[in-house]
Design a protein around this ligand. Structure first.
Ligand SMILES: NC(=O)C1=CN([C@@H]2O[C@H](COP(=O)(O)OP(=O)(O)OC[C@H]3O[C@@H](n4cnc5c(N)ncnc54)[C@H](O)[C@@H]3O)[C@@H](O)[C@H]2O)C=CC1
Ligand SMILES: O=C(O)C1=N[C@H](C(=O)O)C[C@H](O)C1
Length: 240
């Protein structure tokens, strides 16, 4: 498969290595300083673009690829207010757009466990939920995209919660899921959910030991999406 890497930082580099080790060819490795290389690419020769850049670049990168009819697998966080426009564009251009805030299989199992626990806690009114995420100091966005997905999972599964807020924000109320973001090197990504009461605490966590799980997941999705169309997510890809 011919893969275009849109964003060639920490994630782009590992994705490139894993893709090559699985027999794929990297057509180009695009960063902010060589973005003009896009003009010389032949879209028909690209099977899929994998986009891990940064919040302020994602929309433009993804739009470029979708406008050329190239399927996109995107993992960039912190730009999702513009995702509906990308979804509409993918449908208009009859190509595929896949987004996940986290491509690690372990985190996607954790997403399910989080929703199950949230539904169990619906009538346990003595407990208060909170969420903590820990990442390396180069991370540009807070809270992490994964923490937002976890908070949304709690809100969907437990009607006591209606919104999420970053701790320290004003106007926090009892129906908010509070998220604390910590930046500590070299943390690749840790997420902790706590239900705390006067009597005891319940805690579940996921700790990534490296970026390998995120990168492998993105390559597996790229292999899967090749001949698909439409707006897709991990719920379509995973069988659980
Ligand atoms: N969904 C997931 O599973 C995961 C998502 N991420 C997200 O992926 C994104 C990238 O993460 P890292 O690789 O760690 O960041 P990074 O900062 O190491 O790399 C980002 C790269 O994007 C490049 N870039 C900036 N502007 C660009 C533009 N206009 N066009 C193309 N490239 C451009 C930069 O030059 C940089 O090399 C972040 O938003 C992060 O939160 C990270 C890990 C897993
Ligand atoms: O920036 C990162 O590093 C990560 N970003 C994603 C997020 O914001 O959830 C996924 C992972 O936790 C690593």
């Amino acid at each position: 498969m011919n893969i275009l890497l849109l964003g060639y930082g920490k994630m782009g580099k590992i994705i490139g290595e894993i893709a090559e080790s699985r027999g794929h060819y990297i057509v180009a490795k695009i960063n902010i300083d060589n973005i003009q290389e896009l003009d010389s690419l032949i879209p028909e020769e690209i099977d899929v673009a994998i986009e891990f850049s940064q919040p302020d670049a994602a929309f433009e990168n993804i739009s470029w690829a979708i406008n050329k009819g190239i399927p996109v697998v995107s993992g960039t966080t912190g730009w999702l207010d513009k995702k509906p426009a990308i979804a509409a564009l993918a449908l208009e251009k009859n190509t595929a757009f896949f987004y996940a805030s986290n491509y690690s299989i372990g985190v996607n199992v954790f997403f399910k466990v989080n929703k199950f626990l949230a539904s169990l806690m619906k009538d346990q009114n003595d407990y208060k939920v909170s969420l903590e995420e820990i990442h390396h100091t180069e991370k540009k966005d807070a809270p992490s995209g994964t923490a937002i997905t976890l908070a949304e999972g709690i809100i969907q599964s437990n009607s006591n919660y209606t919104d999420w807020k970053l701790s320290g924000e004003l106007n926090v109320n009892e129906h908010d899921v509070l998220i604390t973001s910590k930046r500590i090197d070299p943390a690749p990504g840790t997420h902790i959910i706590r239900y705390q009461s006067e009597i005891d605490d319940i805690e579940i966590s996921h700790t990534a030991h490296s970026r390998k799980g995120f990168a492998l997941g993105a390559v597996l999705v790229a292999e899967w999406i090749k001949d698909k169309k439409g707006v897709l997510s991990m719920d379509d890809f995973l069988s659980f």
